[in-house]
Design a protein around this ligand. Sequence first.
Ligand SMILES: Nc1nc2c(ncn2[C@@H]2O[C@H](COP(=O)(O)OP(=O)(O)O)[C@@H](O)[C@H]2O)c(=O)[nH]1
Ligand SMILES: [Mg+2]
Length: 312
Amino acid sequence: MDIVQELLAGSRLALARAITAVENEYDEAAEIMQKVYPFTGKAQVIGITGPPGAGKSTLTDKLAKEYRRQEKTVGIVAVDPTSPFYGGAILGDRIRMNELTLDPGVFIRSMGTRGSLGGLARKTVDVIKIMDAFGKDIIFIETVGVGQSEVDVIKASDTIVVVLVPGQGDDIQAIKAGILEIGDIFAINKADYDGVERLNTELEMMLELNPNNALWRPLVKRTVASRGDGVEDLMQAINEHVEYLVTSGELIRRRSIRTKNELLLLINDHISKQVMDRISLGGELDSLVNSIEDHQQTPYNIVRNILAEILR
Ligand SMILES: Nc1nc2c(ncn2[C@@H]2O[C@H](COP(=O)(O)OP(=O)(O)O)[C@@H](O)[C@H]2O)c(=O)[nH]1
Ligand SMILES: [Mg+2]
């Protein structure tokens, strides 16, 4: 049996190896994805994003346990260098995560954030697909909500939960980072802190002003993840959103946009890799730069020539 047959048959070891191959861009990665692809499209993907320390991992952990109680299998992809999944967390977090790690129905994987940003988004998508083919019912992606690359990563989700914390000024920053537009559900976590009402009001006001919300008005929920308070309610909101996605046809539309983005990312990655391989040979890049500086060539005709050569 090859590695894909093994993972389809339920081998966690094969699952881990396939993910490693994709993450490290081993030669067999493309073939693994090629074989995995027909078995994808069944999992429900939930994105959890928000500022560092907002409680994303704690919420993910609590939600994962809820889904496990319903006999659903869970995959977790953490794209966050500060995440407890990396093992860099305080003791309490580690104990909490270990509980989940011991459950054979849960598979947790951290993604390194080194490498090209576009590459990260594509790899995350591939890791989700591998977990999906493996048979995970629910897949969480946890990312710190800063910057375009994070937004690209989180867009692989069916439902995006934005986690905010009251009284930190984080709310405004998160909104600036473009998180407001992509949130399907807002969790005001650490609702045991002061400033919950203010953040809630601010959020509701901004959601009111957003014209994108004609079909789905994002829900705002309060949670105290560390105690598990509001987690069932949050899960209920996720279910409502999924129901909306299915009945409105939005799920098909979103997945189609995603397929298109994945194809574009893949084309982009492959073409730029070929171009880079081609011009990195024997330090040609430096001589090309010189030829531009000497006015012998322009960047435009260099690109045209390289593409013509590669596509020939
Ligand atoms: N007081 C309080 N602390 C929380 C809550 N949720 C999480 N925490 C704590 O906040 C810290 C950061 O949580 P974590 O889940 O690692 O945040 P992340 O960086 O967003 O993944 C941890 O020490 C948690 O125990 C909450 O609702 N209230
Ligand atoms: Mg985390």
